[in-house]
Design a protein around this ligand. Sequence first.
Ligand SMILES: Cc1ncc(COP(=O)(O)O)c(C=O)c1O
Length: 437
Amino acid sequence: MYDSESILKTTSPSTEQEPAILDQAEISSFVNGFLQRRDVFLQACHSYGSPLYVVEENVLLKRAEQFTDAFSQVLPEVRVYYAMKSNNHPLIVKTFVNAGLNLDVSSGLELEIALDTDATDIVFSGPGKTEKELTLAVENSDRTTVLIDSFGELEHLQRVAAEKDASIRAGVRLTIDSNGLWRKFGIPLKDLSKFLDASKHCDHVSINGLQFHTSWNLDPYNQVNFIARLGNTLSKLNSEQQAMIEFIDIGGGFWPSQGEWLQSSGLPLSHSSSVTKLSSVSKTCHYKRHSTPIEEFAGQIAQAVRTHLFPYVSCRICAEPGRWLCNDAMHLLLTVVDKKARDLVITDAGTNAIGWERFETDYFPVINLSRPEVIEHECYILGSLCTPHDVWGYAYWGKGIEPGDVLMIPTQGAYTYGLRQEFIKPLPAVVMLEKNA
Ligand SMILES: Cc1ncc(COP(=O)(O)O)c(C=O)c1O
């Protein structure tokens, strides 16, 4: 059944994709879309101050609907769990729950936020769950399924549940690579049969599903590849073991459809010398790795599920998207406080607001909402921290730039707000622009 050759031919691994020059028309239309609504963002900054995180409820709702539709149209039974680690702001989490999504949590802290919403179906995954975290899961076993990470954790959960005379639904996470660093997640495929047998002795834990997760997928190659390997393992389980499996959770890792945008400094070393020669290292030349539309992810994954899994198990398919759902819904607004040279300004916020030196390598347009123009000019846009790595960008879109101007860095919803750090500068407030604002 497992035919690795044919799988390798269906798609190419995203990691091998060479970045191409980002098309000017594409980026101009992206910037223009935000400039069209600049009054709404300027008004938010005026009312709530700067720096500010702005969340668009409309965008959250659209993404939730599009993701769910894409998978529901190609598979018989689908459940979507929002991966809270990508952005755990309670307003965002509640918006997704109210839109009908379930939640994926990775700690007791996230589980507490999830329990504070109306979510009725929460999966709790991640390595190294503590006694306190497992206890919280058991105390809320009507709403929580634990995705167990190891044989040790199976015993631990059994002990915790037995002490409370409770029983809890669970699944087991499978590692996608039993040799490298990804070994820290889950158990190897070869141990699945042993694990299912071991769980029969744990009468307080009811194992009824499997989970795996692959990350940074610009296309479905990694997911399709693992589904084929999983099918091979399922084919060797006995019928009692196969019947235990009521869900298979394919994790998250879906890249947003705009693709990955890079500065020239973000290019892989093997590409940078040839590409930068072409562009004479212009700060307004950017690069892109293409990403696959979600409907195509869903189509290819569904085909792999039908080919490799459904012959052995009849189950629902779950997914745990984080970045794909929240990335485009949150933007950062900041204000220029000092212009030190024609080509160097300092803003009121530092990159502690996003927690890492993202913009040294990733490209996102810095849009001057106060002086709108769809032309990009070279200029160092720097934050106010005591490090030269405090960079927002090397250019801005607008007609000049002066102290007092409000700048926007769009689509910062995933793995920025959650990584923010208490460091020197106060953290931006968060405001939600309600539907139709
Ligand atoms: C188990 C698991 N599920 C889901 C996700 C969400 O991934 P993404 O935000 O890339 O969709 C992650 C991210 O690390 C994860 O580890």
